[in-house]
Design a protein around this ligand. Sequence first.
Ligand SMILES: Cc1cc2nc3c(=O)[nH]c(=O)nc-3n(C[C@H](O)[C@H](O)[C@H](O)COP(=O)(O)OP(=O)(O)OC[C@H]3O[C@@H](n4cnc5c(N)ncnc54)[C@H](O)[C@@H]3O)c2cc1C
Length: 245
Amino acid sequence: MLMRSADPIGNPGDDGTGILLGQSVGGAAIHMDQGFVSLPFYAPESLLKGIFVNERGQRFINEDGYHGRTGWHALQQAGERIFLLVDNAAYAPPPEFTRIGIAAAGESWNEVEQELGMPEGSLSATVQSYNRYAAQGCDPAFHKAAKWLKPLDEPPFVALDCRIDYAFYPHFTLGGLDTLPSGQVVNEMREPVPGLFAAGRTACGLPRWGAGYSSGLSLADATFFGRQAGRHAAANALKSPSNTD
Ligand SMILES: Cc1cc2nc3c(=O)[nH]c(=O)nc-3n(C[C@H](O)[C@H](O)[C@H](O)COP(=O)(O)OP(=O)(O)OC[C@H]3O[C@@H](n4cnc5c(N)ncnc54)[C@H](O)[C@@H]3O)c2cc1C
């Protein structure tokens, strides 16, 4: 995962040393390029009626999805610039902590496109197509729910600036030590490393891809597999004091 903004979230002590410790005795670390990336642009909920475009003026996601998917997909776009397009009806100032300002405004989408320095007809064609279907209550490109569909046709029009290197994209990593359901850490041959257990974000558990991450996956994973790891370690320790499996 290539992170360009500076907003890791988590406990100050969580710096990856648990993973390094496991690796130092032969544990394999996997999915180290993956992470959760959010773009918490709502509330205000009226902003969900806007549309996200990349710096080529292309839409890339349904805006009513989980913000952890929006952020991750924003990061996959070419370039640093991401815009949320809204009209006068949908506009409300995003909360200050999001660091989302106004990149361009105009009385027509062509004006906004020009101000953003995009090729003529790029962004305006995206909005035109979106508006045509939104007026019919559907979004064949990304299947946004009808509740959030409204043509962006009330001037003035605004492009909100969600640039990757400035706006608030909180993130944490998802890679970690490779484990069995018992919590035993395995090596690169997927053989258990004797006496080594991991759970939570030191392990690469159920949430291992940013693209499919959803809220709740981390806590459920950490508590369930943490318990499994503890039980397995305790049972093994009781079998024989010298047993280190
Ligand atoms: C703001 C925020 C919101 C989140 N929301 C959700 C959510 O809604 N749903 C969800 O499922 N997940 C959520 N997560 C993710 C989830 O909280 C974490 O993935 C989960 O807490 C990881 O558990 P853990 O036990 O591995 O780590 P932690 O809960 O961070 O616990 C690790 C502990 O070890 C301590 N520690 C670190 N190094 C050392 C050391 N060398 N010696 C001693 N102690 C040390 C740390 O200080 C910390 O107390 C959120 C995370 C954040 C930061």
